[in-house]
Design a protein around this ligand. Structure first.
Ligand SMILES: *Cc1c(COP(=O)(O)O)cnc(C)c1O
Length: 406
């Protein structure tokens, strides 16, 4: 093709300034230029590690920047409203560690939700310490408590909302206001909601971190992370450290994650509808002692969910306590047919697990009980199957699990 053809194709590409579009249009078009050489509507996977320096390419070496990563980051920035930059990582865990290492000097202290993701808990407890960063785990559900637990070294507040696996919420606006008055950085792990349900930067957070592995990719076939930033100074430090350390995702993973991101709104709507149907069915079953779901009127922070989540949607995660203890929880997870017994979450397929003995087993027993992670707690990641089938599946499994034990 001639050079003038390729120029006309560039001009026919989707507008690069897409900020006026709504979520679904952004998900599909942001960071998705047509290929300027072939006109391909879907950009190719750019596997080259190095780029010719003769034709003024914006790229030099793929650890520093790669077209597929750039496009995925641009799309994430467009969807995580309020963000100005995004940096994609080889995992959600890499995102956590890069943020902490790049932005906190030795001697700093992090105030974190006491029920953060297990891997975050492990990094904070065992690894950050080696860099001279200490972490204080607090119940951030009560914003006033963070005033009491503040000291001069507190430089970062790490929020996870909803929490895992008890699905309690944190008032991001209230916490951010207190933290900013004291000059600390506010980071929100938004993995459980995805940018479709909540945009923490609009509520006051400085940085949003995601395990892309979950809802953003959504198909359980990529491990990846991404952080989005409101401020240039945070972005530049993290970007510099990422290149220095090399915690980068592959072009193929960026391509897949970007493909997943394009249907995030469709999948999240389906997950939320299905999760609500499953939560309601469980709540009305006598063998279920408690359902924890921010989309139910019975959730103690339902008002906050209505304030912080798009249309007050509850998300795709549902936890519940089953009558009959650990035995019943185990039987439930062995009896489901559509829900697969597995860790992780956020994919199109439904999963179930017992946090007590699986995702949260590494946490000290007394702490687990204090956080509400009891032996009879079951966590569901509700996927995109038909609601009728999912409801039938959990109800028959509850009945099998508690038969004769009621
Ligand atoms: C999975 C997860 C992480 C870690 O992400 P990886 O991609 O597995 O490294 C961090 N935070 C939350 C809330 C998660 O669910």
């Amino acid at each position: 093709m001639t050079r003038s053809d390729s120029i006309s194709i560039i001009q026919n590409s989707p507008p690069q300034n897409t900020t006026h579009l709504e979520f679904a249009s952004l998900a599909i078009h942001a960071g998705s230029p047509h290929d300027p050489v072939t006109g391909a509507v879907i950009e190719p996977i750019s596997l080259s590690t190095t780029f010719s320096q003769r034709n003024h390419s914006q790229y030099e070496y793929s650890r520093s920047a790669n077209p597929n990563r750039d496009n995925f980051e641009a799309a994430t920035t467009a969807l995580e409203a309020g963000a100005r930059y995004s940096v994609a990582f080889a995992s959600g865990s890499a995102s956590t560690s890069m943020i902490v290492q790049a932005l906190l000097a030795p001697g700093s202290r992090i105030l974190a939700s006491n029920d953060v993701y297990g891997g975050t808990f492990r990094y904070f407890s065992n690894v950050a310490k080696a860099h001279g960063v200490t972490v204080s785990f607090e119940n951030l559900r009560d914003p006033e408590l963070i005033r009491d637990n503040w000291n001069d070294n507190t430089k970062m507040v790490w929020i996870e909302s909803p929490s895992n696996p008890t699905l309690s919420l944190v008032d991001i606006a209230a916490i951010s206001e207190i933290a900013h008055q004291r000059g600390a950085i506010v980071v929100a792990d938004n993995t459980f909601l995805s940018p479709y349900l909540s945009n923490p930067i609009l509520l006051g957070a400085d940085i949003v971190s995601h395990s892309v592995t979950k809802y953003i990719n959504g198909h359980s076939d990529v491990i990846m992370g991404v952080a989005s930033f409101a401020h240039t100074r945070h972005f530049e430090k993290v970007k510099f450290l990422q290149n220095a350390i090399g915690a980068v995702p592959s072009p193929f993973d960026c391509f897949l994650a970007h493909r997943g991101l394009k249907t995030l709104h469709l999948r999240m709507k389906a997950c939320c509808d299905n999760a609500l149907a499953v939560a309601e069915a469980l709540e009305s079953h006598p063998a279920v002692t408690k359902v924890l779901y921010p989309g139910l009127a019975s959730h103690p922070q339902r008002n906050l969910a209505q304030k912080q989540h798009r249309k007050g949607l509850g998300g795709g995660m549902v936890s519940f306590r089953i009558h009959g203890g650990y035995d019943a929880a185990q039987k439930f997870c062995r009896s489901t047919k559509l829900f697969t017994l597995a860790e992780s979450l956020g994919g199109i397929e439904s999963l179930c697990e017992i946090p007590w003995s699986m995702t949260h087993a590494a946490i000290d027993e007394t702490m687990r009980i204090e956080f509400g992670v009891t032996e009879n707690l079951v966590r569901l990641s509700v996927g995109c199957e038909d609601a009728e089938d999912l409801v039938k599946d959990v109800i028959q499994a509850v009945e099998k699990a508690t038969m004769g034990g009621m």
